[in-house]
Design a binder for this molecule. Structure first.
Ligand SMILES: *Cc1c(COP(=O)(O)O)cnc(C)c1O
Length: 386
């Protein structure tokens, strides 16, 4: 097997496929000179809403702003608590804190990396207003029990679906599983733009109207501000190019799923734990994240073979410095902490070739985490030669 450098993502290889279409779309916007609120915005909103079977889409400036705007529409503010998983990208909790509310961290299921419904009720208080369920790595959180708990306590459910466009949960799409959902078009996401971008989708007409208003400084009619919003608009250029890339999403998702299937088979007998996909869930593999003992050594072995890896995420949110005033400490959320120490994401993207996938599988298989017997230092490096 010839050595290859396998990267986590290869956007340049992808670009070869749609260069001409993207350039034509950019040209169309340039010729129109309608950079803000051009017709591409509504077209993208409709296309994404249709895909997620939500009634409406509201394109916004980033996935983070989608969460912020959705929480503003729900009316989250000082004194409120919002439940978020401790293991997710920072923005999920950061947006809660920015509104003066308190993020309350909940434990995850170590097999799916998503909110564990079993732990939810224990962290609900009279101040709890909402739950943000993250569909981490491209698999939906277990939404039926989460929604049932939310209904019992009168809470809103926000989906942070930034990594999960196209994912399904018992036949329903990510984005149609809670009260309101947030997607990101950050360039590395499954549908990425030419810069920052995001979208909110919802079938709640009231929340949709509020989001539209908040996106444009709380204006209901020009220069009349009913509430304080922000500039959360998404540019015409981004919308026009995202419409092109959306045409490739299904094909790219299938390529990710195929790669994941090859990895699953390759790792069936260890030495790492493949992602666990729950029955009735369709995973879109934004990341292919394994659990590995001696994770950092495995990472180094793979690096020596030219295989890139990533740690998403090395620090659980309750232990982030900025949240120290909330009073959590090491041991507060042991499952999330343990996962942060063992999780490792392998290269997965639509353009991976079979010899690259084989290279990753061989690299992982060659790793010998058990070569260290009790009391003995390993005689050989855990990175066996190929
Ligand atoms: C990427 C991401 C976000 C934020 O999206 P941006 O577009 O980068 O602002 C929020 N939550 C999760 C889970 C993400 O992966």
């Amino acid at each position: 097997m010839p050595a290859r450098n396998v990267s986590m993502l290869d956007l340049r290889r992808e670009y070869e496929l749609y260069r001409d279409e993207i350039r034509a779309a950019v040209d169309e916007v340039l010729e129109s000179q309608q950079f803000i609120n051009g017709p591409w915005v509504a077209r993208l909103e409709q296309a994404v809403a249709e895909r997620t079977s939500a009634a409406q889409g509201i394109a916004v400036s980033s996935g983070t702003d989608a969460i912020l705007c959705a929480l503003m529409a729900i009316g989250i503010g000082p004194g409120d608590e919002v439940i978020v998983p401790a293991f997710t990208f920072f923005a999920t909790a950061g947006c809660v804190a920015r509104l003066g509310a308190r993020p309350v961290f909940a434990e995850i299921d170590s097999r799916t990396f998503n909110l564990d419904p079993a732990g939810l009720e224990a962290v609900i208080s009279p101040r709890t207003r909402a739950i943000i369920a993250v569909h981490l790595f491209g698999q939906c959180a277990d939404m039926d029990p989460i929604n049932a708990i939310a209904r019992r306590h009168g809470l809103k459910v926000v989906e942070d679906a930034a990594q999960a466009l196209g994912a399904q949960y018992h036949g329903r799409a990510a984005g149609a599983l809670g009260d309101i959902a947030c997607f990101s078009f950050y360039p590395t996401k499954n549908l990425g733009g030419l810069g920052d971008g995001g979208i909110i989708v919802t079938s709640d007409a009231h929340l949709a109207a509020l989001c539209r208003q908040l996106r444009q400084h709380g204006e209901l009619t020009r220069y009349h501000h009913d509430r304080v919003g922000g500039n959360f608009r998404l540019d015409s250029l981004q919308c026009a190019t995202l419409l092109v890339k959306l045409r490739y999403l299904e094909r790219f998702t299938r390529a990710r799923q195929r790669a994941a299937g090859l990895y699953d088979r390759g790792f069936a007998r260890g030495p790492v734990v493949s992602p666990y996909v729950r029955t009735g869930h369709t995973h879109v593999y934004h990341q292919y994240s394994i659990l590995a003992d001696r994770r950092d050594e495995l990472m180094e072995c793979l690096r020596l073979r030219g295989v890139a890896t990533g740690i998403y995420y090395p620090v659980p949110l309750h232990l982030q410095k900025c949240f120290a005033p909330l009073g959590y400490r090491q041991g507060s959320l042991p499952v999330s902490e343990d996962v942060c120490g063992r999780v490792l994401s392998l290269p997965i993207h639509p353009m991976l070739e079979d010899d690259e996938l084989a290279c990753v599988i061989e690299g992982v298989a060659a790793f010998q985490p058990t070569s260290q017997t009790a009391g003995n230092r390993p005689a050989v490096s855990p990175c066996a030669a190929s």
